[in-house]
Design a protein around this ligand. Structure first.
Ligand code: ZN
Length: 158
């Protein structure tokens, strides 16, 4: 399965409305979609861990406590093709982050979008610091996805 934090379509929406889903469980700022999700705390604890790792490096995005993180058990909309799975999406207008239940590690990527705002949809400049940090801190490799040089590859790319 190919995970795309963003896919060809942006994973960032200034005004779009999140997918309509049925929430099965709520714990704190985390909502878990109805389905085969296990206990709410399992997802919430993992997300809290990833948020802590993000905050330690980048600081918490402003007003992040007011955001809702929805754990999705069904596919997120916006996939550019059936072969691509969208792992996370940010909806600014409703302060909502959707993350796929088996790709919770994408949360820091989405938090970076929250911090930078809707104009971060092109991930411009993310190779400079974020991509390498994400790989080291989370073992989540988005070099290919973000179009960044592979780790250890110092050759500039066009
Ligand atoms: Zn993104």
């Amino acid at each position: 399965m190919l995970f795309a934090a963003c896919g060809a379509a942006p994973d960032v929406h200034a005004n779009a409305t999140p997918d309509t889903i049925t929430i099965g469980q709520t714990c704190g700022q985390v909502q878990v979609e109805q389905g085969d999700a296990g206990p709410c705390a399992t997802s919430a604890d993992a997300l809290a861990h990833y948020a802590t790792v993000y905050d330690a490096r980048w600081g918490a995005p402003a007003d992040f406590d007011s955001w809702t993180i929805r754990v999705r058990t069904t596919p997120l909309s916006g996939a550019p093709s059936p072969q691509v799975t969208v792992a996370g999406t940010v909806y600014y207008a409703t302060k909502t982050i959707d993350v796929l239940i088996n790709a919770l590690v994408v949360l820091p990527h989405e938090m970076r979008h929250v911090a930078l705002g809707p104009t971060s949809n092109d991930h411009h400049g993310w190779c400079d610091e974020f991509c390498g940090w994400e790989f080291e801190a989370l073992q989540f490799d988005e070099h290919g996805y973000l179009g960044c040089p592979a780790p250890g590859d110092t050759m500039p790319r066009p």
